[in-house]
Design a binder for this molecule. Structure first.
Ligand SMILES: Nc1ncnc2c1ncn2[C@@H]1O[C@H](COP(=O)(O)OP(=O)(O)OP(=O)(O)O)[C@@H](O)[C@H]1O
Length: 357
């Protein structure tokens, strides 16, 4: 078993409120990602669960038992950090075996565990090499194997892929999800990289300034963001937000009007933000939900081009074919898929989209 329940965690460092009532319920065997920008309180949350941080308030239950006062060593949790040095004089085999030797496991148990882990991480051919005889990526895999060779209640991972180059990072994301599935262990994984979070997680908790903004599957967080901040933090290119208000059956912006969607449950006149993701807007004309704009810039990304369109004084990002061309200032009519749009209260930032959908 490996359920982790952290409830109402509060922790301040002097004047900084690092955790302001963080609650997370991590199911057994899940890949649970804590996502947030730098300083959001991600590491502090992980350290609090591990027992490395004394809390001002809150509780940590492990497998249903109150472990709030337990020493770190008694929690049966493994921390995996950003950088983990290997022992330079030991072979990969001995490096991976070291946590098991420290626990006085038998040689046959150790051999079986190292074999399993090295086959999972595809490092069998490296086992007799020392760190100096391996590439950076190979060392990282060996280090990960050493971290994963134990079978704790849960693994707490603090941005373990940060020090890798982009290509290896992408490979290791796939690898980690595969390893997670085959170990069936609980992973709590901290990152500030939303692509990493969306691609690996079963559940994501989005954290900002010590407060959980939303918990959900990657699809829920992306498609039904709880507030304007989550909508802006998750997704690339970032969501475009256009100021508007509801007037009868219309949504009226600075220089445009659109039919008001049935689900837009806002009072007339109230300041709103219409959230449009780049893939839900098109520069090809079809349908009647369209906005007038002018081309502001093109960002070719290989498989697609992101077109920046100026609508009044605001910029709208539009995903287009890679072959799209145009000159700045050119007039465009932009078509909007209103069924996939988002609406936020401009004052509170809260989503108004879900009611009625
Ligand atoms: N030991 C400490 N002493 C003082 N302030 C701290 C300490 N640890 C964390 N903080 C502060 O608490 C806040 C949360 O820090 P934390 O490291 O948890 O954020 P994070 O989300 O992990 O950020 P990053 O992605 O940059 O690692 C920050 O403002 C940080 O400066």
């Amino acid at each position: 078993m490996g359920t982790v329940a952290a409830h109402g965690l509060r922790k301040s460092f002097g004047k900084v409120q690092a955790l302001d009532g963080v609650t997370l319920d991590v199911p057994d065997g899940s890949f649970f990602v804590v996502l947030g920008p730098s300083g959001a309180g991600k590491t502090t949350t992980l350290r609090a669960i591990a027992g490395l941080e004394k809390l001002d308030a809150g509780s940590v239950h492990l497998d249903g038992r109150d472990a709030t006062g337990d020493a770190p060593a008694d929690r049966d949790l493994a921390m995996v950090f950003q950088s983990y040095a290997l022992y330079p004089k030991l072979t990969a085999y001995e490096n991976i075996a070291s946590p098991l030797r420290a626990r006085r496991c038998s040689s046959s148990e150790i051999a079986a565990a190292v074999e399993r882990m090295s086959s999972l991480l595809h490092i069998e051919r490296l086992l007799q090499r020392r760190p100096a005889q391996m590439s950076g990526g190979e060392m990282q895999r060996v280090a990960l194997a050493r971290a994963l060779v134990r079978s704790p209640r849960a693994f707490l991972m603090d941005e373990p892929l940060t020090n890798l180059d982009l290509k290896l990072r992408v490979e290791m994301r796939t690898e980690l999800t595969r390893i997670h599935r085959s170990l069936g262990a609980t992973f709590i994984y901290v990152t500030n990289d939303q692509v990493e979070a969306l691609s690996m997680a079963d559940q994501v908790a989005v954290l900002k300034e010590g407060k959980v903004q939303q918990v959900g599957t990657p699809a829920e967080v992306y498609e039904r963001p709880a507030n304007q901040w989550v909508a802006g933090f998750v997704g690339s290119p970032h969501i475009s937000l256009l100021a508007c208000r509801a007037e009868g059956d219309r949504l009226v912006g600075e220089s445009w009007t659109l039919p008001r969607p049935r689900w837009a449950m806002a009072e007339d006149g109230r300041p709103l933000l219409l959230g449009l993701r780049a893939e839900n807007v098109s520069i090809e004309q079809r349908g009647d939900a369209s906005l007038p704009g002018e081309l502001y810039g093109l960002e070719p990304l290989g498989d697609r081009t992101v077109v920046d369109v100026r609508v009044g004084t605001e910029i709208l990002k539009v995903k287009a074919r890679p072959t799209v061309t145009g000159v700045p200032g050119e007039r465009l009519q932009v078509t909007v898929d209103l069924d996939r749009a988002h609406l936020f209260d401009a004052d509170t930032g809260l989503s108004l989209s879900d009611a009625g959908r």
